[in-house]
Design a protein around this ligand. Sequence first.
Ligand SMILES: Cc1cc2nc3c(=O)[nH]c(=O)nc-3n(C[C@H](O)[C@H](O)[C@H](O)COP(=O)(O)O)c2cc1C
Length: 181
Amino acid sequence: MLEVIKTRRSVRKYTDREVDDKTILQLLESARIAPSGHNTQPWRFIVVRCPETKKALAEANHNQTWVGRAPVIIVCVADLGCRVKEPGLSVDENSPQFSLKQVIRDTAIAVEHLVLEAENMGLGACWCAWFVQKDVRPLLGIPEDKYVVALLPLGYPAESPDERPRMKLEEMVMFEKWEDR
Ligand SMILES: Cc1cc2nc3c(=O)[nH]c(=O)nc-3n(C[C@H](O)[C@H](O)[C@H](O)COP(=O)(O)O)c2cc1C
């Protein structure tokens, strides 16, 4: 397990090799079984292959054109409706609801399951969240009470990025109580 976690990189270049539906569904199984508060399972996933939609998603993600060159983009959505039944509810980056934080938290867990299983399956992926809701939602008809947590461009890797720096354990770990350092 640690080997997969350690070798994972954000992969932003992909070969032309198609990622078929069977592979995508096998990958999504890792998200389906992710843990969530109260077992709410608020995550929803949209598998995007359409070149025009991928291009538009790339533009929405701070114009990072490589995003649109991925064979597949999995759009990862948190469904607030799983926790809040309020007709006409609309959320965005400025919404204060605690429930929104809960569904985003849970969906992020599922997304990281996807990222790690992608690595395990020989695929490459990269978390992308450099967008705002109002730019992404209309491209896919996503209602306003859903929150797009991440775009996950995905494909067979055409690069092996170097390891990015990380803090040392002693910089982030405390024992028994908070320590001011
Ligand atoms: C929530 C989140 C959002 C990210 N958004 C982007 C993004 O929009 N574009 C991008 O190129 N990389 C994005 N990244 C990738 C990070 O830059 C990358 O994880 C970090 O530099 C560490 O590199 P590594 O993943 O290869 O270890 C994102 C990562 C996370 C976790």
